[in-house]
Design a protein. Structure first.
Length: 501
C-alpha cells in the first residue's frame, strides 16, 4: 500500500500543468537529439542543465529526465532510415532496421521500435518502483565506511565496464577525483589547487567538465569526419503505414519481455550502459530464434529486442542513482550532478526527505512514455526531415548553446576557457579511446568519497582496517578488489590455456 500511495502522490505532482509542460519539452528535445547523429544523451542533458537552475527542482529534474529517456526513442529513426545511429545504443538497430527499410518496410520498423520502447520503458518503471525503496531500506543502515566502500565499488564497476582498457578507465576516474579536490577543503576550509586564481575557489564546475567532454568533444570528432548525410527513404506519411502487422507483433512478444529484462538488469549495473544491453539482447534474440538466418536481413525481432533493452536500461539506471546515489550511466551521472546543484543530497535518504521529487519523477516517466509513443508514431515524418539540416549549420548552434549554458552558471570567462580545454580533452579521449564517463563520475563522487573517507578515519582513529572489519563495507571492498583483479585473472587463465603441453 505504501507503494500505491507514493505512486498516487507522484502522479499528483507529475500531472500538474507546469510539470506536464516541462515533461513534454524534455521528451520532445530528447527525441530530436536522439534523431541527430553525434550529440548523445549525456551531451544533451549537460547542455540544457543550466536552463533549469531557476526552475523548481522537481520540474527541472522531470525535464532533464525526459531528455535522458527521450533520446532512446529518437535514436532508432536514423538507424532505420539512413543506417546512421543517432545514439550509440541504437547501433544494433541498424543491422535489421535498415534492411527492413531497404525492403520497403521502414514504417513497421519505426512502429515496432516505438512500441518496444514504450512496453520496455513502462515495465522497467515497475522494476524501479519495486527495487528503489527496497535498496533504500537496506542502505539506510550504512555508515561512513559503507558509503565509502559503496562509492569505491561504483567507480571500479564503471572502470571495469567502460571502454576496452581498465587502465585507461582508472586513469580518467583518478583525474576526475583529482579535479574534485580543487577549491575549498570541506573540513579545514583552506584552499587547494587554485594556483591563486579566485575563479577556482568554488572548484571546477561539473557542468563545464561534462559539457566539454561530451558535447564539445562530440562536435569536434564529427566535424573532422566527411559528411555522410544521404537522401532518406520515403518516410510513411500515414499513421496506418507505421503500424506493424499482427504477425509482426506475435513474432516480437518474447523479444519485448527478454529485451526489458536484459535492459533493466544491465541498467542497474553502474557504468554498463545501454549499448551493452542492446548488444546482449540482439545476441540472445538471434540465439533463440527459430529462424536465425533472417537476422541481418530484416528480422523484426532484431529491432524489437535491442530497442526494448535500450529503453528498459534507462529505468534500471535510475535505481542505483535514486536509492544509492550512484549513477548507472553517463546520463544519470549528469542527473546526479543536477540534484547536487539543486542542493539535494542523493542517496538513501532521498526517498524519505524528498518524496515529491522522487515519486513525481517516477510518475512523470510513465507520462513521458505515453507522450513519446504519440510523438514517435505520427510525427516521425516531421522528425525525419530534421536529418536534412546540413551539419555545418547544426554544429555551430550546438557550440553556441554550450558556451551560453556554461557562462550562465557563474558568469565566469574562466569557465569558457575550461570548456575549451575539456572539449579538446574530450576530442583526444575519443581519438585515443579513453572513456570520459569515469572522469565525470569521479568529479561527481569526489567530494562524497572524501567526506566518507575522512569521517571513517575519525571513527576508527586512523585505522584503515575499518573498511574490512564491518561486514557490509568488507563485502563491497572485496567486490571492488575482484573487479580490479578480473582482467589479470582472465589474462593468466588465457595464458595457461595457450601454454603448450
Amino acid at each position: 500500500m505504501d507503494i500505491l500511495s507514493n505512486l498516487w502522490l507522484g502522479f499528483q505532482v507529475a500531472l500538474l500543468p507546469s510539470n506536464l509542460l516541462f515533461c513534454l519539452i524534455g521528451v520532445t528535445v530528447g527525441t530530436v537529439v536522439g534523431i541527430l547523429p553525434g550529440i548523445g544523451t549525456t551531451a544533451a542533458v549537460s547542455i540544457l542543465l543550466p536552463l533549469t537552475f531557476q526552475m523548481d527542482p522537481t520540474s527541472g529534474i522531470i525535464m532533464l529526465a525526459g531528455i535522458y529517456y527521450g533520446t532512446k526513442y529518437g535514436g532508432s529513426t536514423t538507424s532505420i532510415l539512413v543506417n546512421t545511429p543517432g545514439e550509440s545504443s541504437s547501433v544494433v538497430t541498424c543491422i535489421d532496421g535498415y534492411q527492413m527499410a531497404l525492403q520497403g518496410r521502414a514504417g513497421p520498423a519505426l512502429g515496432i521500435a516505438a512500441i518496444a520502447s514504450f512496453i520496455a520503458g513502462t515495465l522497467g518503471l515497475i522494476g524501479l518502483i519495486l527495487l528503489g525503496p527496497l535498496l533504500t531500506a537496506v542502505a539506510l543502515s550504512f555508515g561512513p565506511p559503507e558509503y565509502f566502500a559503496l562509492m569505491v565499488m561504483g567507480l571500479t564497476t564503471v572502470a571495469f565496464l567502460a571502454g576496452r582498457s581498465m587502465v585507461k578507465a582508472l586513469l580518467t576516474a583518478a583525474v576526475g577525483l583529482l579535479l574534485a579536490t580543487v577549491g575549498f577543503d570541506i573540513f579545514s576550509g583552506s584552499l587547494r589547487f587554485t594556483f591563486g586564481r579566485s575563479e577556482l575557489m568554488d572548484g571546477i564546475s561539473f557542468i563545464t567538465v561534462a559539457t566539454g567532454l561530451f558535447a564539445v568533444g562530440e562536435v569536434l570528432v564529427n566535424v573532422g569526419k566527411p559528411s555522410s548525410q544521404e537522401e532518406i527513404f520515403r518516410v510513411p506519411s500515414r499513421f496506418r503505414e507505421l503500424l506493424p502487422t499482427w504477425q509482426d507483433m506475435r513474432a516480437c512478444r518474447g523479444a519485448f519481455l527478454r529485451g526489458t529484462l536484459i535492459g533493466f538488469i544491465v541498467g542497474v549495473l553502474p557504468g554498463a550502459g545501454s549499448s551493452v544491453s542492446s548488444f546482449i539482447s540482439y545476441g540472445i534474440e538471434k540465439r533463440y530464434s527459430r529462424h536465425p538466418e533472417r537476422f541481418g536481413k530484416g528480422a523484426i525481432e532484431g529491432v524489437a529486442g535491442p530497442e526494448g533493452a535500450n529503453n528498459a536500461d534507462t529505468a534500471g539506471a535510475m535505481v542505483p542513482m535514486l536509492s544509492l546515489g550512484l549513477p548507472g550511466s553517463g546520463g544519470t551521472a549528469v542527473l546526479l550532478g543536477a540534484l547536487i546543484l539543486y542542493g539535494i543530497q542523493p542517496g538513501p535518504l532521498l526517498f524519505k526527505e524528498h518524496p515529491k521529487l522522487v515519486w513525481g519523477l517516477i510518475a512523470s516517466m510513465y507520462v513521458g512514455n505515453v507522450m513519446l509513443l504519440i510523438l514517435n508514431l505520427p510525427l516521425v515524418p516531421l522528425f525525419a526531415s530534421i536529418l536534412r539540416i546540413p551539419y555545418r549549420f547544426l554544429y555551430p548552434l550546438i557550440l553556441g548553446f554550450c558556451a551560453v549554458g556554461v557562462y550562465s552558471v557563474r558568469q565566469s570567462v574562466a569557465d569558457l576557457w575550461l570548456l575549451s580545454f575539456f572539449g579538446l580533452l574530450g576530442y583526444l579521449f575519443r581519438i585515443y579511446d579513453f572513456p570520459p564517463a569515469p572522469m565525470v563520475l569521479g568529479l561527481v563522487l569526489g567530494p562524497l568519497i572524501e567526506r566518507a573517507l575522512r569521517q571513517s578515519m575519525v571513527l576508527s582513529h586512523g585505522d584503515p582496517t575499518i573498511f574490512f572489519t564491518r561486514p557490509i563495507a568488507a563485502a563491497l571492498m572485496i567486490i571492488s578488489i575482484l573487479l580490479l583483479a578480473a582482467p589479470l585473472l582472465t589474462a593468466s587463465s588465457r595464458k595457461e590455456r595457450l601454454a603448450p603441453g
